[in-house]
Design a protein around this ligand. Structure first.
Ligand SMILES: Cc1ncc(COP(=O)(O)O)c(C=O)c1O
Length: 369
């Protein structure tokens, strides 16, 4: 049996002919950087997410850094983030000379707003919720906290394309958010790629310049210090094509999550993520299916022996647990969560039958106690 966690060649093989046609078309036009394919893809994503502006960038991490910079974050400013996130969230803060301040994750693995509140000091300028696993945080509570303390909200929506809270899309709250198109993402390109979403025209214009060496596209003049972080036109063409079926991708992922939820019910040693439709506030797109499990490491080895691939997010450590980063914090709930979390395979190539086999194997592991 072989049920990989993610099958990169299959991602390519499933669309090979279409991809080659896109390479050929864009290559023959010589349309490699900031061309129509990018502009039309940006317009589609903006409409889909219900935001005024979407800007293709090199990757989500660059997008986060550019958003923080456009929002006026300066060296020494403190920015609160949830420690159960990719190091990229904190890295974007650190890159500006600002101070990443971690807070606890909650029982649904989203930012714990009480813990975020407790982390606020006189130097706090922004809060960065991560829309983890394709789910949006309680943005009512985060927006209320931000309003109370005059904080910018910058969303790490790398995993959240199409996820909603109260009908509003990830990336549409606060000053803006960033989507990642890393190959394993729900919408994944053939390399690196990202998108900044914002409703703020000044922020949009700032990042439009930042991503292209600080040049104002209207005049060509360099108006600010910038960088090179553009979404390649070929990647935009590929993403635009894959996006045609994005609703299908989301329903398939929600279907797989619903199957896991059904099959794993009653296994007392597990905590399952909220099922699709579990409440009316959230619309989850299941970038990941992250369970909590007793004896997680043994379960992982047991499944590996059966050829079933699983993954511990971030290698099983919260951001503040990497000692070389110099973030000192004690976040016991997050630390406990990281020791127990495991992602089961959920991707576009796994079959319903394989979801059944994975679930059955999990049950057998605990039944053998
Ligand atoms: C939560 C989160 N933040 C940030 C990133 C970084 O995205 P990118 O690789 O596009 O820079 C990722 C990507 O895995 C992520 O999952």
């Amino acid at each position: 049996m072989n049920i990989p966690f993610f099958n990169y060649p299959a991602h390519f093989n499933a669309h090979e002919e279409a991809f080659v046609a896109i390479f050929r078309d864009i290559g023959r036009r010589g349309a490699f950087i900031m061309q129509q394919d990018l502009r039309s893809f940006e317009a589609r994503i903006a409409e889909y997410c219900g935001v005024k502006h979407a800007l293709g960038v090199g990757n989500a991490t660059d997008g986060l850094e550019m958003l923080l910079k456009a929002g006026g974050i300066e060296p020494g400013d403190e920015v609160i983030f949830c420690a159960h996130t990719m190091v990229a969230t904190a890295g974007a803060i650190h890159a500006l000379g600002a101070v990443p301040v971690p807070c606890e994750t909650g029982p649904d693995h989203m930012m714990d707003v009480d813990s975020a509140r407790a982390a606020i000091t006189g130097k706090t300028r922004a809060i960065m919720p991560t829309q983890l696993n394709g789910r949006v945080c309680d943005m009512d509570a985060i927006q209320a906290l931000a309003a109370e303390h005059d904080l910018l909200i910058v969303e790490d929506s790398a995993q959240g394309l199409g996820a909603k809270f109260k009908g509003r899309s990830a990336g549409s709250f606060g000053v803006g958010g960033c989507i990642s198109f890393y190959p394993a993402k729900n919408l994944g390109c053939l390399g690196d790629g990202g998108m900044v979403l914002t409703n703020d025209s000044e922020i949009y214009h700032h990042i439009l310049c930042q991503r292209d060496h600080g040049r104002d596209p209207e005049t060509g003049d360099v108006v600010i210090w910038g960088r090179n972080s553009r979404l390649d036109n070929i990647q935009a063409g590929i993403l635009d094509y894959l996006f045609d079926d994005y609703d299908g991708i989301i329903s398939r992922r929600r279907h797989i999550a619903a199957l896991y939820d059904e099959y794993l019910q009653g296994v007392g040693e597990l905590v399952r993520p909220p099922a699709p439709g579990a409440d009316e506030l959230h619309f989850d797109v299941f970038q990941n299916y992250e369970i909590e499990a007793e004896r997680r490491d043994e379960l992982k080895s047991f499944l590996a022996q059966r050829g079933i691939g699983t993954l511990m997010q971030w290698g099983g450590k919260a951001v503040h647990e990497f000692p070389n980063l110099g973030i000192t914090a004690s976040l016991p709930f997050t630390e406990r969560t990281m020791r127990r979390s495991l992602m089961l395979p959920l991707n576009m190539t796994i079959t319903d039958e394989q979801v059944g086999i994975v679930s059955q194997s999990v049950k057998e592991f605990y039944a053998n106690d």
